[in-house]
Design a protein around this ligand. Structure first.
Ligand code: SAH
Length: 256
């Protein structure tokens, strides 16, 4: 799953798939390196992402969900261009207090939804495998310089990602989120909703986010340009490595 068209189109370039229309979404169903996959654009926001995830599970019968997209950083150590793999997700705009504790999803008793440990480990492995190649590609194309990060290698982080139906673009809002949820590394608009749906269905979920901005007033570089030139190809490359890895491990299992 991806939230933005540029992200999905980079994946579709690599995949042989048939489009299937359902609920105002196009689901691309096909084979990728021997794996049955469905690629889809969720659109932006929690409801859009949740209905898409439910359809993937109910209609297409997927047994694992992986999300790739961009996010704003909430941590001084997490820089534009870095990758955050989620190990847990929380909806920062949920507050039914005093009926339920702040952030808790009513009637679930949960505010934090962990990602699947095995799938997350595999996704982290795919990111690590791709990082050197992506970094040298970005350097040779001059993209690295645009990020103002010449001296610093791309870092891979793992931790809590927040989702809410707001694009966070002020320092005061991101500082408030960080104060309330100090372990949060990044903020975006979809994955905690997908995690909730996957938890309801017992379907393993993993997510990666490439940091596109600092969730504040400072525009480091053009958001759209960053998605086109850096995040979308980067994300697709990682997902391709992830799918390839799964194919290899399946072959290993078949041989055993
Ligand atoms: N300007 C874009 C809007 C996209 S919304 C457009 O016209 O299409 C931003 C997308 O990036 C969402 O999918 C969200 O998950 C992610 N995102 C990146 N930075 C974010 C931030 N600072 N706050 C919230 N979401 C962010």
């Amino acid at each position: 799953m991806s939230a933005m068209p540029q992200e999905l189109s980079c994946i579709l370039e690599r995949l042989q798939a048939q489009p299937i229309e359902r609920g105002s979404r196009t689901y691309w169903q096909g084979q990728w390196m021997g794996q049955s996959v469905v690629a889809v654009l969720s659109r932006v926001g929690k409801v859009a992402a949740a209905t898409t995830a439910a359809c993937l599970i109910e209609h297409f019968g997927v047994d694992q969900v992986v999300f790739s997209g961009v996010a704003g950083s909430l941590d001084a150590q997490v820089h534009v261009g870095d990758v955050v793999v989620a190990n847990a997700l929380l909806q920062h705009d949920v507050d039914a207090s005093p009926l339920f504790p702040k952030y808790e999803i009513a009637l679930t008793g949960k505010s934090i939804f962990p990602t699947d440990v095995q799938l997350t480990q595999e996704l982290t492995g795919a990111v690590s495998q791709c990082l050197p190649e992506i970094q040298s590609k970005m350097q040779s194309e001059g993209l690295w310089q645009q990020l103002g990060s010449r001296a610093r290698p791309i870092a891979l982080h793992q931790g809590l990602i927040l989702s809410g139906d707001q694009f966070i673009s002020s320092a005061s809002k991101s500082e408030e989120l960080k104060r309330q949820l100090p372990s949060a590394l990044a903020v975006e608009m979809e994955c905690a909703a997908v995690a909730q749906v996957c938890s309801d269905y017992g379907v393993p979920f993993a997510a990666l986010r490439i940091i596109s901005d600092r969730a504040n007033d400072s525009a480091h570089l053009d958001f759209g340009q960053f998605i086109d030139t850096v995040a979308a190809p980067f994300g697709a490359h990682v997902i391709e490595a992830f799918v390839a890895q799964r194919g290899e491990s399946q072959k290993g299992q078949d041989r055993a």
